[in-house]
Each structure stands twice: as C-alpha cells, then as structure tokens.
Ligand binder design. Structure first.
Ligand SMILES: [Ca+2]
Ligand SMILES: [Ca+2]
Ligand SMILES: [Ca+2]
Length: 682
C-alpha cells in the first residue's frame, strides 16, 4: 500500500481549526455527516491521519460518499484536498476520483470534476458552485480502476462563499493558486508571523499587518533577459463574468512588465490588464472586466529584464458579478441571437431589397416532405423555392447586432433539396455594423440531400457586427433549395464548448450508448451513423449533427413481431415530475411499434408511457414524456419489428430533465396526403 502524504496533510490543518461551514470536513473526529453508500465499497475514516480513504481490502469497483443536504443561495467554492496514490505507473484503466452535484428533483448527478493523475503528495481542486434555491448534496466517488493497489484519500472538503478565483492568501492552500516553477524567478508567499528574510513588505493588504500574507516575485535571481514568473489561478468551472479586482505593489528599478492574462483550455492567452503606472509604493487597486464563459485560468505574469528589476507584490484578489465600470450596461445575452423559427423570426430580419428571400414555412407531417429540425412538426426557413426565386435574386437574413471583441460560436442546421447545383445556395457573412465591411466566413459544400446537417463556426471581430445568412439564386440551373433552422450563438469558440463536461441526462449516442444497455436474448438495437442499409426506411443521418450516431433496429435481421429492448441503468427516484425528451424516426411502409416504459425498482410491472404505431414521417420527430417516480426506476425503449423489412425504427438525442415539460407534444395523425400546409414546391 503506497504511503499517503500525511505530513503535508497535517501541515495543512494548522490554519483551519476554526468553525467549519456546512458540507466542510477535515475528517478528524468524524465524517461530518458525510455518508457512504452501502451498495458499494466502504470508506475508512483515519482519525489519526485526518483523512478518509477508499478501503481497498474489499472487492469492488467504486466507493460513494455523499454530503448532508446543503443550500447555497450565493455562489460558493468547493475546495477539495485529495491524493490518488499508485504503486505502478500509468494504467490503461486508472483509479479516479469524481465529484458530482446531486440537486434535489434531478434523476441525474452533474459531474463537476474528475481526476485520475496519481501523485506523491496532496493536491487541491477548486470548483465553483453557482447560486441555486435548490437543496443539493456533494457526492464523492472513488473509482478503483484496474490497479487494486491504488489508494484514494480525501483530506479535506471546504465550502466557502464567493468565487474560487478569489484569494487573500491567508491560508496555506493559497486557494489553489500555483506558481509555475522557473529556475530563477518565482512567486513566493510573503509576510506571516514567522518573519523570514524573503518577506519584503512591512504589511499585507488583507490584515494591514505584519501577520498577514501576500504573494510576491522578486528580481534578485534573474539571470536572463525577459525572465517571466507566472502565478496561475484555479480554473473556473462555471461560466462567470464581471469585475476582477486585486491589490498590487510594484517597486521598479529597471523595467518590469506586470500583465494579467486569461488562458483557455487550448492554451490561448488573452491579455486583460497591464500595469500602467511606473511605481506603486503602497497597495494600489486594479480592476478589470472579466468574462469566462468556459473554463479559464487567470495568470498574473511578471517579466523582468535584469536582476535589478525590483519586485511585484499581490494580495486580495476578488470578483464581483457586475462589470467594473458599470458602463457596459446589461451583459450581452447570446440567447437573443438565436432562433428556432417556431413563433417568428426572433431578432432576425430581411431587407427584401433583392427579392422575397427567405420564407418561414411549415410542413404538415407526412412521409413525403421533411419537417423542421426543432421538433419535426415546426417551422423553418426556406430559400429559393420554385415560387419565390428568380435568377439573380439574393435572400439575406440579418441577425441582431453582436458586440465586438468577443469570441463566438455560431451553430445552425441546414438542409439541401433538389437536383440543382448548390454553389451559391448558402453562405454566412459577417457584416460590420455600417454594412461597409463584409466577410464570408462559411459556405456550403456538397452535402447529402434532405438531411438536417449542423454547421459550427467560431469567429471574433474587433467591431460590433451581424451574422448574415445569404442564399443566392445564380441562374435557373444554379439555384439550389436550402432550408435553415435552430440557429444558436454561444460565447467562446466552438472547440471550447467541446471541452465542457457533458450535460447530465443527455445522450446523443455520439460516443457510446450512455446509460442504456441491451436486454439480452432478443432482437437488438444497433448504434449507427449514415443511412440504414435498406432503402425507403430508416433515417439518412442522425438528429444531433446529421453526420453522427443514432440507435436503430435493423428490420432485415429480425422477424415480424420481434422485440428489441434498450434499458437505462437504475435512475434516482425524485419527488416531482420529470421530463423525458427524445427524437424518433419511424419511416418505412412496414414500420412496427415504438414504446417507452417506466419500470420502478422492486416492481415487475412495466408502465407504458408512450407509444407510436406504424409509419410516422420521413423526418426525426420529437417525443415528450412527463412521468413521476419517487423510487429508483428504469426507462425502457422497446421497438417491435413490423410486417416488412421496411421497418427500421431509430432513436436519438435523449434528454432527461427535472420537469414538468415546458411544452406538450404536438400530436398530429398523419393523413399521408398533402394539404394546404404543403404547398411548398421544391
Ligand atoms: Ca493577504
Ligand atoms: Ca424550427
Ligand atoms: Ca446522435
């Protein structure tokens, strides 16, 4: 059994024998109301060593520890001091320590953080918790992996009000701030009751006394030109924007550059502040507007040019969710720059200068015409129909004005129809506000016809700008039909969004089957991308992106009346309604049945929640189910093969949310015949 770093853990306690806030624990005399789940491995409390660890002398896969009920109506920061100790090096299936947020009324826990790197000493993790009126628990999960000699220990959990990037440097964990080691220049802790020769200031800022602490970096050991010391904050784990402030002192003997950067997970630096005064003999306040829509670190960087540079000291980093100058007004809300076209054009508009442009249309559900992307029953935009287009016409759809100097990710769905050439069919331009400068940032390539395909574009412009969707009908033979739906805008680059932790309760089937497994010994569901092998049945692409994965039953491999079950793992029962959303595809003359059942733990009955029989649409349709279960339960998707091989039934984009459902499912029974809604000529 590897030795845990007990000395370091003991040293950590010197600072904090004070009264602990609810949910905090140092694991000295008790586990402070934290309880383990008896269905899994036990945790062992080591009162002597002041830690709790997963007991590896038992056989098992994981150990679960959950906090008492907690409330935090204000933002708070969870700091976790832990160690994963392994005897061997890297393992293909290493032990992990995971931290989940279990919110009242939710069937799924939200993963806040996960670590798997073994270390020789304790480490600190800092996690922002957003304010909420709901009760919650923190759930620690130690997963043992393959190497059974690994041990996982937790020395302390501490919940403090405020944001994790805030720090007064009075506690020796330094709020998770770390110095990036450099042989010559580094940030050190200064001040404190044991005066050491390296402390350079008489008083810190927090306590205004010799007992207080601060961070500093001194040029004495600088050997080279442009040596840099970096102090790195904990990474934000929830989207924040507002005013970052800190106090600093700067003594300058030759040139020093003191800069504050934001660094994202791809390593991209953005400068947000630079010292402008040559000298601050006393503590000076700096304030800087700060926006971290996705995980970011704040980096305090000092660059020296010689050993006679001087020093920089730093203290009392704090954060307020209101912008510093307060002149920026209400922060920009990217949700106002998206549209699903269900009600109207939202904040989009057309100028009708060059023709009728884009039409907002709806197709009544039938098997000949594809529906929209949002629900399969709704509205979308269509350009270049036989009725509206004439050669030379250009449809321009303008979005609302977006602020400059922000990184955006634009996402939308498009579908192409007909046999025409597609060269001018759809392009995205950025117009600067005065419409003088325009730039094409995207144009359609040849993609499969009749499939809603997602496009994602990252952009950042110095000036306020608009997104413009342009469809050009070049000539009779080059005037492709294009549909547009579900435009959305988010802050940050599209790649950064991929780095976010997964949404709990969401399954797109892109990586795996999520919480679902097959019930053995019956017909089976297959995970697939692209069209199914049989023509006139099954989807041409998935619902998530058009080119991703979905689950389906392959009718050719099954006989009439054969069933396939896809069963969720046991989900947590809650009081109150739950809302289950999913997309289903039932196209093919021989289509059978698709049903959804609720099975409560300890009961044999499978309660039917939802059913569709026979061919429904050539499109993906949205299913909505509201249900309740206060005991643990499973959700079952059951497909029954119909009379012919044209019976492929598919599902995609399953989402479990705390209910009630905000909408009701639109139930229209297919007539199979075009009516007035279908007078759109492709
Ligand atoms: Ca201080
Ligand atoms: Ca729509
Ligand atoms: Ca998918």
């Amino acid at each position: 059994m590897p030795r845990l770093c007990l000395l370091a853990a003991l040293a950590l306690r010197l600072a904090g024998a004070a009264l602990l806030s609810p949910g905090s624990c140092t694991f000295e005399d008790s586990a402070c109301g934290y309880q383990w789940d008896y269905a899994h491995l036990p945790w062992t409390l080591h009162g002597e060593g002041h830690y709790i660890s997963v007991d590896t002398s038992y056989e098992g896969e994981k150990a679960v520890l959950s906090s008492p009920d907690l409330y935090s109506e204000e933002w708070s920061c969870v700091r976790l001091i832990y160690q994963i100790a392994a005897t061997s090096g890297t393992s293909p299936d290493p032990a992990r320590l995971n931290l989940y947020l279990r919110q009242e009324g939710e069937s799924f826990d939200r993963l806040l953080w996960s670590a798997k790197e073994p270390s020789d000493s304790w480490l600190i993790a800092s996690l922002d918790l957003t304010n909420s009126t709901k009760k919650y628990k923190l759930v620690l999960e130690g997963e043992m992996g393959q190497d059974k000699s690994t041990s996982i220990a937790v020395f302390e959990i501490k919940i403090t009000s405020g944001y994790c990037i805030e720090c007064d440097f009075e506690e020796n964990h330094l709020c998770g701030y770390v110095n990036r080691w450099n042989p010559n220049v580094n940030w050190f802790v200064g001040g404190g009751n044991i005066r050491n020769s390296q402390s350079i200031l008489p008083k810190d800022h927090t306590l205004n006394s010799a007992l207080g602490h601060y961070m500093y970096v001194d040029s004495v050991y600088v050997k080279h030109f442009q040596e840099v010391a970096q102090l790195i904050s904990p990474r934000t784990t929830a989207p924040v924007s507002g005013c970052l402030s800190f106090y600093y002192q700067l003594k300058l003997e030759s040139s020093i550059v003191f800069t504050v950067y934001l660094r994202d997970m791809s390593g991209f630096y953005e400068e947000i502040w630079k010292t402008d005064s040559a000298l601050n003999a006393d503590w000076a306040l700096a304030e800087v507007d700060f926006s971290a829509p996705y995980p970011m670190e704040v980096i305090f960087e000092v660059a020296f040019n010689s050993a006679k540079g001087g020093y920089v000291a730093l203290d009392d980093i704090s954060f307020s969710p209101v912008y510093c100058s307060n002149q920026t007004g209400a922060p920009f809300n990217p949700a106002n720059a998206g549209c699903n076209f269900e009600e109207d054009l939202c904040n989009f508009y057309q100028d009708h200068k060059d023709g009728p442009g884009w039409s907002r249309v709806k197709v009544k559900r039938n098997v000949y015409r594809a529906g929209d992307h949002t629900t399969g029953f709704g509205y979308y935009l269509l350009a270049n129909t036989k009725f509206t287009s004439q050669p030379g016409y250009i449809g321009r759809l303008y979005g609302p004005t977006l602020p400059g100097n922000l990184q955006f990710c634009l996402s939308f769905y498009y579908a192409l129809y007909g046999f025409f050439k597609m060269s001018g069919t759809l392009a995205v331009y950025i117009f600067e506000e005065n419409h003088v400068v325009q730039e094409k940032i995207w144009s359609v390539l040849d993609s499969p016809k009749g499939v809603w395909t997602q496009a994602e574009i990252s952009f950042k412009k110095p000036m306020p700008c608009k997104v413009v969707f342009v469809s050009w009908c070049k000539s009779f033979w080059d005037c492709g039909l294009v549909a547009l739906d579900d435009v959305s805008l988010s802050l940050g680059s599209c790649q950064a969004a991929d780095l976010l932790l997964p949404t709990p309760g969401e399954c797109t089937f892109e990586k795996d089957e999520c919480v679902f497994t097959q019930k053995r010994g019956r017909g089976s569901w297959h995970r697939k991308r692209g069209p199914t092998p049989t023509s006139y049945t099954g989807p041409k692409g998935d619902h998530t992106t058009g080119v991703g994965y979905y689950m389906y039953i392959e009718a050719s491999n099954m006989v009439y009346g054969q069933r396939a079950y896809l069963v969720s793992r046991s989900l947590r029962g809650t009081s109150g309604k739950q809302c289950l959303t999913f997309f289903y595809h039932m196209y093919g003359a021989g289509t059978g049945l698709l049903s959804v059942y609720l099975k409560k733990e300890g009961e044999d009955e499978e309660i039917p929640l939802w059913r569709r029989t026979g061919e429904q649409s050539i499109s993906w349709l949205r299913g909505l189910i509201e249900y309740e279960s206060d005991t643990n339960y499973q959700i079952i998707f059951e497909a029954i093969r119909g009379v012919s091989i044209r019976s492929d039934t598919a599902i995609d984009d399953i989402l479990f949310q705390a209910g009630p459902c905000l909408e009701v499912e639109e139930i229209q029974f297919s007539s199979g015949y075009p009516d007035s809604l279908n007078e759109i000529e492709y």
